[in-house]
Design a protein. Structure first.
Length: 352
């Protein structure tokens, strides 16, 4: 935070009173104002220079940190990369602008920390195996990835996240703008969706926890109807992907899937093994659900008074997604697989 003009006036007065000796001026200023943030020694001379050249305090020339100060700043950042620039300034007894100038000189920029899925023992090997399989199939047939029906479920409720931090309004005065919520009446439901090439299969909405029997009925009835629009040849070559949710792994479920997609089930216990804990490799997790929730829970759409209103909005958002975006997402799995292999099966989204 920049010093106020009142603080700068007191600093300059201390500088003059101590014969323009910056060390003595700094000590005197600290003693006179123990509760204030103190500047670095070079700041006093820059105050005088600014007054002499411009007659103002707000055009201070940037200090050129000496080699020892620069080394101390860099050492602190390299030892603790998540440290804030203001914390560096405080610990190195310098001003914020000096720290920022050192950062700029050495091309240090702020980046956000990425959250990634925790992996267990053996996960890396399974992730590598899947990625090699997909890339090898792609080499044999460049259109191969467009034959994979990626599927997943997601929960939606009227308690969706309202990000107050990123929500504001402009006004000449505080008017008390607010959004009403009705969270005493709670409702939620689940949505199944599939992505195939550039197309979205579904959505299919259902209430309650998905049981094995419910999922089996869905596969034999609703999914069959949803796939009727696709050419017969594509359905014969289609690979069905699902994650390791309990309802997906039931023996009866797997028998149904093997009858519907013989030799073409990509699942935890499928013909092709899906690696557990790999949301970074399925486009519904790394693309679709985030996009849909960003729109559904946008402040302009809140609140949802009834379950029917929320269901209608979820359905509308999904059906209005651009096919080009879907194709980009499904194709990006190939790039993600390559990155996964370069990381030896470890997390890779921080490299995207």
């Amino acid at each position: 935070m920049e010093f106020t003009n009142a603080e700068k006036t007191d600093m300059f007065a201390a500088f003059v009173a101590n014969g323009r000796n910056a060390t003595a001026a700094l000590q005197a200023y600290k003693e006179s104002f123990p509760d204030r943030r103190a500047p670095c020694k070079s700041y006093f001379g820059r105050l005088e220079e600014s007054l002499r050249n411009t007659g103002r305090f707000d055009h201070l020339a940037r200090a050129c940190p000496n080699e020892d100060l620069e080394t101390a700043i860099l050492a602190l950042v390299f030892a603790k990369p998540e440290v804030s620039s203001r914390e560096v300034a405080e610990q190195c007894h310098t001003d914020h602008s000096t720290v920022l100038s050192v950062f700029h000189k050495h091309n240090l920029r702020p980046f956000k920390t990425s959250k990634v899925q925790h992996l267990r023992l053996g996960d890396r090997t399974r992730r590598e195996s899947f990625c090699r399989w997909l890339l090898e199939e792609h080499e044999r047939c460049p259109a191969f990835s467009s034959k994979i029906l990626w599927s997943d479920e997601c929960n939606f409720s009227n308690r969706g996240f309202f990000n107050r931090k990123n929500t504001h309004y402009w006004s000449t005065e505080k008017t008390g703008n607010f959004k009403e919520t009705n969270n005493q009446v709670r409702f939620s439901f689940n949505v199944w969706c599939g992505l195939l090439g550039s197309r979205i299969v579904g959505p299919f909405l259902y209430n309650g926890t998905l049981s094995g029997a419910d999922y089996q009925r869905f596969l034999q009835n609703e999914l069959v109807d949803l796939l009727d629009d696709f050419p017969l040849q594509l359905r014969r070559e289609m690979i069905f992907m699902q994650d390791g949710a309990p309802a997906h792994n039931a023996r009866d479920t797997m028998n149904i899937l093997r009858n519907m997609f013989p030799g073409r089930v990509l699942a935890t216990n499928g013909d092709i093994k899906w690696p557990a804990r790999s949301p970074d490799l399925t486009p519904l997790d790394f693309y679709l659900w985030g996009k849909v929730k960003d729109e559904v829970y946008h402040v302009s759409n809140l609140p949802y008074e009834t379950e029917e209103d929320l269901k209608a909005k979820v359905t509308e958002v999904i059906r209005n997604i651009n096919p080009g975006e879907v194709r980009t997402a499904t194709r990006s799995v190939l790039r993600r697989c390559r990155l996964c292999l370069t990381q030896l099966g470890c997390q890779f989204e921080q490299l995207l």
